[in-house]
Design a protein around this ligand. Sequence first.
Ligand SMILES: C[S@@+](CC[C@H](N)C(=O)[O-])C[C@H]1O[C@@H](n2cnc3c(N)ncnc32)[C@H](O)[C@@H]1O
Length: 480
Amino acid sequence: MIRRGKSDGWLKLPHDAINSWSAMQGAELSGLRVSSDAEGEKQKGASLRVTKDGLTLADNPLIQVPRELVLSRETVEGYARSGDGSLRDVLEAAGDFAQTSRGAVLIFLLIQATHSCPDLPHSVDDERTLLAGTSLQPALHAKVRSLYREFDELKSATSKIGWCQQTWWDEIDGVLTFDDWLQLDAMYRSRALEFPNIGDAMVPLVDMANHASGNDTGALYECSQDGAALLLLREGRQLRSGEEVTITYGDEKGACEMLFSYGFIENGLDDARDIFLELRIPDDDPLKRPKEHVSAAAPGVRIYSRPQGVHWVSDYVWIICVNEEDGLQFKVAQTTDGGRELQVFWKERQLETLSELEEILRDEQQWDLFQLRAIATIQPRVIEQLDNLLETEPGLENQHVNVREGPAALARELRRLEIALLRRATQHFENEVRQCRLVDPLFPEVTIADFRRWRNWVSLPLSESFSSPPEKRTTSRSKA
Ligand SMILES: C[S@@+](CC[C@H](N)C(=O)[O-])C[C@H]1O[C@@H](n2cnc3c(N)ncnc32)[C@H](O)[C@@H]1O
């Protein structure tokens, strides 16, 4: 419905129409307008352009959007209370989901699209194969799975409402498809901003500001005392007529997240900045099942680059790296209501959650050893990801002759940037291992000088390497 609405025009207005719409709605623009004709910048869509010479702080706020036009959970609830019965029905039926900003706004947009729809849907794009080997591929699968779940829940919650059943879900005449839910999610993701005191919200006009990071960001958004959304020129800025007014969508966001949420990748990146790689607890880990059961951590590692170097963060890797012989224990306890609960202990001390583990391990005498195990778990995963990317790359263009050039170029760029980040990460981990000093109860200080030999040891199945007696383990390491 939505994809078709956009291409047929009943769900789309020319960008410039927003200028007269905003004047009618009481939103104010000072010294700028929404424009879609900037030379050489067509791929960005519309943008905010300065219309006078010398935009200065005296022009602030550049934009003022009245509270009732800010599309937040609060305003959606207001619309439902003030008369849109269809909206009210669906919000009520959706329960907890409608209590979130995203849930309320998505449902609002869905009702608006439904009201505008003259008849039937649809089409589906499949350019996802271009992402093979990138970190965006699993992220996209996970997102699509969770959107399917939400869509099913929305369906079962609203099928009891007569008009929803007839208009949306009827097997013959129903207009709603999963693709609509995908489209709504994409609209929300690419336009919602986090406003202080409001929460995540979609704000007309302010959402016409494109992204620029660092010193190039021209303006900031915030909320006034009376709840209006404001766009403010940054301190020390002056913009000339025709210049673009930009905001930042997040300077630290990586290429994958930018492409995922906004559909573009910033120019001038040296690497992907940030990548999330899934990690798995090996099948032969005797504690695999209780570990998976108790862990609430994202099952992977986030690797990110900054000018000073590469860093990583993962709660999950520590769960992989320790076992019973180190001090990790699981016990089943009886709860007061007669149920059973799996509890986790480190050397008899009960942990509330497994995310405390890293801090506890830091105080252990064997912290260096645990770090080394963590790196030994992450390093091969980085190499595996790099190999996957390099292997899937060459055939890309030939395999997908029917894909549009825009998405193909973005996929190529994501690959290039992820390969660069993974190469930097590989180098970083090798250096880290070389410098790592290992404290072992039998050999108080052992330096890992020969990474290759050491890796042969760690590439044993994890449980075997962890439970090996110290005599055996030390044979494959060189002593300081
Ligand atoms: C909040 S909207 C901004 C207004 C948008 N240009 C429009 O026409 O409606 C976000 C979208 O604008 C585009 N965009 C924003 N900044 C961009 C940039 N620096 N480079 C390329 N596209 C950009 C992307 O398509 C993004 O999903």
